[in-house]
Design a protein around this ligand. Sequence first.
Ligand code: ACM
Length: 655
Amino acid sequence: MKRFFLFFSCCLMSTVAFSQTIAAESGNTSEVAASTNIPSEIAIIPEPVSVVKNDGHFVLPANVTIQSPGNPELKQVTAFLQERLSIPTGSYVSVISADPSAGNATIRLVLNDKANAALGNEGYQLSVNSGHIVIKANKAAGLFYGAQSLIQLFPKEIESKELVEDINWKSPCVDITDYPRVGWRGLMFDVARHFFTKEEVKQYINAMVRYKYNVLHLHLTDDEGWRIEIKGFPKLTEVGAWSVKKTGEFGNFSPPGPDEPRTYGGYYTQEDIRELVKYAQERFVNILPEIDVPGHSLAAIASYPELSCTPGAENYRVRSGERIMDWSRGAPPTALVDNTLCPANEKVYSFLDSVITQVAALFPFEYLHMGGDEAPFNFWEKSDAIKALMQKEGLKNMHQVQGYFEKRVQSIVESKGKKFMGWDEILDGNMSPSAAVMSWRGMKYGTEAALKKHEVVMSPTTYAYLDYMQADAITEPRVYASLRLSKSYEFDPIPSGVDPKYIKGGQANLWTEQVYNIRQAEYMTWPRGMAIAESVWSPREKKNWVNFFGRVEQHFERLDIAETKYAPSVYDPIFKVSRSADRQLLIELSTEVEGLDIYYSFDNSFPDRFYPKYTEKLNPPKDAGMLRVITYKGKKPVGRMLSMPIEELNKRARK
Ligand code: ACM
């Protein structure tokens, strides 16, 4: 992420209309319950392809037996079920490998002898009867996803990390058939802007697999840090992984002084990476590594200044959040320090060859992401080396210079047996269709790329940027754009008019400039990560906002028990301002979800449901300085108390 000046208010406005349309089209199992506010007994996210609810319940016995074919790749399937069914319940859970007596097991994991074509590699059939449970799949991944759905059928307390007393541990009887809409269901975690430890990355993986994500894109390098050990280039992690710790609003920090300690950061050793890859693999997650070049490379240049075209780069330091780009004229930005690798320098390609060789060996995933976004050109324009390269290669402009660089990097990546992937700016370089494209500046570039027969992963800012604010800027850590849950839920990774075979899937991206810790990373990811998960897993025709939000509310309670943080921002009201004919300020309040009441005050006190209820546009009393609002669902406060200065609303009305 970085700067893509888009919408803000337009996405807020589309919400209400969308929710009304979708409610009328409901076909979901739990629709009636959701629309009447009675929690449904079945609240699986992402919504399965087919759910048939039968009479009766399965009651978890005191001793549970899981029958598993015993293949090593099923280790985590049984471990996951064992953990969830024993820790909160106190049940004794044993695992037996398949044998004739296995017919009596409580939970039976079956790998189909003859593949069921409809299920593919990740689908499953889950059958819960009053006496036992059967999960069938063609592959281990399908059994893992079946196990995730099964756990979501039990009461929310099943998520507990400790023993829970006096719960009636039962699941409704169901027959579920389920498989994903697309094969690439990704989350990107930026561990470069702020470093997240190996254990925190594992925690992130544990949360993502409950929603059936299967790709973790790790953004490993940027201006603020180089996070992966590369043998032969020790300074990348001795120098490039460390900045000055600053607190406040990233992007506007004071430039660090020479004496401020550079002790903030960290990196993964190659052993750490192997451990993470294995951890992810056991949970059916591929890790996509990203080395972001030629832009976003200040950490590499601070370590090895000879990789830059710019004289004086030896004075550069890893960024600590001070301003280094001028975005006032849009993209590409004007760099205040040159954060690009030099496309005219052969040393850059031998450096990248070493990096790519090691990264390719560490990560078994078939793709390697080489960035390519937001490279500023203003320093290249001044470089004699670049001018000479342009002449030699017949390059007419800086886009072609970047294209030259990307093609050389692509051939290095392919020489290591990997597929090259880059952000959609690489399309400017006229790449061959063998380059895969991650479309972030909306759906448009991904659509264009698919028409040119590139493989595409859709991760548009419009729906899938998890660093954007989830509600009004008055409450959220300030970022320059907003993306509400309901807008994320509109994400459809497959645009009309393209051959779907070129769309590998979809992904949500968590950039972390403003995310300083793992709790905030979770807050930014959930619940929007649920919306994206449903967009990439569930059939398009089953998507239904009202139904979805009913399930999200149940998952909020599950996440509370799992101690995973999420944003309650969806409950916060939306402010819209206008002027009356006589220039009075008018304040319109609305909510993203149905069925909430908004109470307000202008007298600086804290409203509750005994205060005035919002029914029509408000005109603040002449001397009022503050509007405070809170949402309720019946008698229960659900939104946060928002304090909105009238001056701020006047400012917005002037725009
Ligand atoms: C990006 O957000 N610059 C890929």
